[in-house]
Design a protein around this ligand. Structure first.
Ligand SMILES: O=C(O)CCC(=O)C(=O)O
Ligand SMILES: [Fe+2]
Length: 194
């Protein structure tokens, strides 16, 4: 384990740590193994959500666990310990997203503020084919930050950044392989996964 991995790139600065990116958080051997096991054994489900007056498929697969009930067959406890060493927080929930190909995506959004604890970070590990994340201020100069989230990389986003900015993973016409994100959050009790 390389706790002294190169310092992060600061993509955005604020009083709570802003948005920071560690391109080489995990080595290829760990990242490959985590991807393979999670792809095969996580409890993936698809979801349909109401959008205005329509019901649409969420364009990616989802999975989620409380950190006090992680399935022992998944490497999530090991990943959490590694994340804690870099971005410490009392994480109690982990959400997984699986992007099967370039037509899977997440629209520009901020993480739902009533479901997460103020002051606590959102920290996400990327595995698989790199996908581009866009980060954009909600007000003022709406210039975009783009970061290609590499296999084995870590991204830490402050709670404050969820108020000022939105983020998303756009669809792409380029041929891309599957990718997943493993997102650790500190959720309010009412919004923990079942
Ligand atoms: O997959 C990603 O990198 C982003 C996921 C995300 O923004 C979310 O789950 O809220
Ligand atoms: Fe998000």
């Amino acid at each position: 384990m390389d706790l002294f991995a190169s310092p992060p790139q600061t993509l955005l600065d604020d009083a709570e740590g802003g948005v920071r990116y560690w391109p080489a958080f995990a080595g290829a051997a760990d990242a490959d193994a985590w991807f393979r096991i999670l792809r095969q054994h996580a409890g993936w489900y698809s979801e349909r959500r109401k959008m205005y007056d329509r019901v649409v498929d969420v364009p990616r697969l989802l999975a989620g666990y409380r950190t006090d009930a992680l399935p022992p067959a998944l490497p999530l406890a090991e990943i959490l310990a590694r994340v804690q060493a870099i971005v410490p927080a009392p994480y109690n929930a982990v959400g997984l997203n699986f992007y099967r190909d370039g037509s899977d995506s997440v629209a520009m959004h901020n993480d739902k503020l009533h479901t997460i604890v103020p002051g606590q970070p959102i920290t996400l590990l990327s595995l698989g084919h790199p996908r581009r994340m866009l980060i954009r201020a909600k007000a003022g100069d709406r210039g975009r930050i783009a970061v290609d989230l590499a296999h084995g990389s870590l991204l830490g986003m402050s709670h404050a950044s969820q108020i000022t900015h939105e983020h998303g993973i756009p669809k792409t016409a380029r041929p891309v392989g599957p990718r997943m994100s493993i997102v650790f959050r500190v959720r309010t009790e009412a919004h923990l996964p079942d």
